[in-house]
Unconditional design. Structure first.
Length: 282
């Protein structure tokens, strides 16, 4: 029987509806959440990204503010502005728009955002908090991958989970989150031996690779497994594909996320889930 599709758009829509209700309740209690997009020397790329961020925030009832400094702003001024936003009690979450001008270091600046307000959750404090099981802001893509796997209804207790890809922002935290759901986790990477054999042990297979579209074929998959494809590979003409070969995988897997329309839409909502949690804690 062909795999059931784990429809990221539908899941994202449900999460969004729930988030809107919760943000509205906070607002009614005088605790409206506010997201600040901080940019230095805005370029066209971030402008269109910010437009969609603003639209999304407003649809959820979140206040959205753009704080901009000119491209030539010295590092001291940028750091001072970040500290100001960190200290501002009306600000719930901060997103630093990347890239930043060449005289600045984006990673270094992102680390200066107060961890509680760093809602992308990919700084060392937020990532380290996962190891301690003291979740603060969870990395959005890793969380989305695990949420989608859970959507299948699989009992994660003791399930064999295989994650392919060990990046700091996706693979590694996804493995830790699955571990916290009591999966038995194997984390693979480019040096792993005989990946197909390891993947075939997986009740839950998460791929976060991004090197070759359709690399993970049906013969890598245990019959009935839950397969979550995080990979995004640009295959030209405005099209993207995932790590998993959809046609062959869908003949074997029990559940499968499509690309596009799988992890991506859920990832966006995870940012607002972090924001909601941050607003509740503030
Ligand atoms: P990354 O390049 O930092 O990490 C890729 C990982 O894949 C590495 O750990 C590497 O060891 C492993 N890898 C590479 N080639 C391999 C191979 N042949 N066999 C086994 N493992 C191999 O990438 P990332 O930031 O973790 O992102 C992974 C993918 O997820 C990319 O395609 C990226 O575009 C996509 N992504 C999607 C979303 C989303 O919202 N859907 C968000 C972030 C990233």
């Amino acid at each position: 029987m062909p795999a059931k599709i784990l429809d990221g758009k539908a899941v994202a829509k449900r999460i969004k509806e729930k988030l809107a209700l919760e943000f509205a309740a906070l607002r009614a209690g005088g605790r409206a959440a506010k997201l600040v997009s901080f940019a230095v020397g805005v370029d066209d790329g971030t402008t269109s990204y910010r437009k969609s961020q603003k639209k999304q925030a407003e649809a959820l009832g979140v206040d959205y503010a753009m704080v901009d400094l000119p491209a030539e702003a010295p590092k001291d001024a940028v750091v001072a502005k970040l500290h100001e936003l960190n200290a501002d009690k009306s600000v719930t979450g901060i997103i630093l728009q990347l890239p930043v001008p060449k005289h600045l270091n984006g990673e270094e600046l992102a680390r200066m955002i107060a961890p509680a307000k760093n809602i992308e959750g990919i700084d060392e404090v937020n990532l380290g908090a996962i190891v301690m099981k003291r979740y603060l802001n969870l990395p959005c893509t890793a969380r989305a991958a695990v949420e989608l796997a859970a959507e299948s209804g699989i009992d994660m207790n003791g399930a064999n989970a295989v994650v392919i890809g060990r990046s700091t922002i996706v693979g590694k935290p996804a493995a830790l989150l699955l571990l916290d759901r009591n999966c038995t986790v194997t984390l693979c990477h480019s040096r792993s031996r005989d990946l197909p054999a390891i993947a075939r042990q997986a009740d839950i297979l998460v791929t976060a690779i991004g090197t070759r579209a359709g690399m993970v074929t049906g013969d890598w998959i245990k019959p009935g497994a839950v397969v979550v494809d995080v990979g995004i590979i640009d295959v030209g003409e405005g099209r993207i594909r995932g790590d998993v070969d959809f046609d062959s995988a869908s003949q074997v897997a029990g559940f499968l996320t499509p690309v596009p329309g799988g992890v991506g839409p859920v990832t966006t909502q995870m940012l607002y889930l972090n924001l909601l949690d941050a607003a509740k804690k503030a």
